[in-house]
Design a protein around this ligand. Structure first.
Ligand code: SF4
Length: 344
């Protein structure tokens, strides 16, 4: 059966064009229902029944479906989402200590970056997601949460800045008043360091926050951990981060996944301090979440010990660096950072 055009992810204006000659107020009602979490046209109670039936024959609300959902006692919900062509991706709802709900969204099916510590990186890259597929993840998570989501992090499967055009369309929808109306300050795009993409994102003036996930500030260790970053040397990435900061005036987050015995030495902290120098940046330490079978140069990766994390943090703080540590969330459903990879 041919796929029906889907409406989630369209602003009221875009939906009005697609639904013409339906009056514009009907398009606004329909997109309003989707924003409130309607799962189908049947849920849109203020539309006349014949119209609901006609819409269901010609359109779908979503082009993707939730094919599995897993909940962790800490509040994390991981959704497996099946796209229109059958590919599967994952999206995660995170709940912080203050009860804020954040959607962690994917931008690609698979990832070509092949980071040694990341389950997604062990999967083949399949394709970029469309803006609609990115936006639909937000709505699927919103329905799973049963309430409004306050933040978005683009940190799921894939390197977002290698899918820039669709990412930008999705970000415009998330921040538009007639889209989701979220403040751009509540949206963070996380990149492994695509220098050209960082500059291009700055040029879009979206005012979203930027996070750079670097794994190590020593170039040779970074390339061993994140082989595809060879094309984006740290000096070029730093220049691009400066540029982003000049344009956007935001503090940048540097994310460092901590791998036991690999990137937690004193010299690693010193190299990181050197990289941070001159940037307005805070470092977020992310103790690695185990993924069975992940190795570096043939040796299995391991979680950092508590004392190792503390020592590393102290080394950074001694050098005047602002440090935060991410609380572990979602490990019970393999939905924590670096663990996404479509588990049935
Ligand atoms: S860490 Fe990010 S960039 Fe690296 S393989 Fe995983 S999803 Fe891709």
């Amino acid at each position: 059966m041919p796929l029906l055009p889907s409406l989630a992810g369209l602003t009221a204006g875009e939906a009005a064009l697609m639904l013409a000659p339906l009056p514009r107020f009907r398009a606004a009602q329909i997109t309003g229902w989707i924003k409130k979490g309607a799962a189908s046209f049947a849920d849109m109670k203020n539309l006349p029944t014949p119209l609901r039936e006609d819409l269901a024959r010609r359109f779908s609300v979503y082009g993707s479906t939730v094919s599995a959902a897993h909940s962790d006692p800490d509040g994390t919900i991981k959704l497996q989402v099946t796209l229109g062509d059958g590919l599967k991706i994952e999206a995660v709802l995170l709940v912080d200590a203050a009860g804020r709900k954040t959607a962690c969204l994917s931008t690609q099916a698979g990832c070509a970056m092949a980071c040694a510590f990341c389950k997604t990186g062990s999967l083949p890259f399949r394709r970029n997601l469309t803006s609609g597929e990115i936006i639909e993840q937000f709505f699927h998570l919103r329905r799973a949460a049963g309430e409004h989501l306050s933040n978005i992090v683009i940190m799921g499967m894939g390197e977002p800045l290698l899918n820039l055009d669709e990412l930008v369309k999705a970000l415009r929808f998330f921040t538009a008043r007639e889209g989701c109306g979220l403040s751009p300050r509540r949206i963070t795009v996380s990149t492994s360091g695509i220098a050209r993409g960082i500059r291009a994102l700055a040029g879009e003036a979206l005012h979203v926050r930027l996070a750079f996930s670097l794994a190590a500030a020593d170039e040779s260790l970074r390339v061993r951990l994140m082989p595809a970053t060879k094309q984006n040397p740290l000096a070029e990435v730093k220049d691009a981060l400066h540029y982003y900061q000049q344009q956007e005036k935001h503090r940048i987050t540097l994310e460092l996944v901590l791998l036991g015995g690999v990137n937690t030495r004193v010299e690693d902290a010193a190299a990181l301090a050197g990289f941070v120098d001159g940037l307005d940046a805070a470092v977020n330490l992310i103790p690695w979440n185990p993924v069975p079978g992940m190795c570096l140069d043939g040796a299995p990766l391991r979680e950092p010990e508590a004392a190792e994390i503390l020592r590393f943090r102290e080394e950074l703080e001694k050098r005047g660096i602002a440090v935060t540590r991410r609380r572990r969330r979602g490990r019970g459903v393999n939905g924590a950072c670096g663990q996404l990879g479509v588990t049935e």
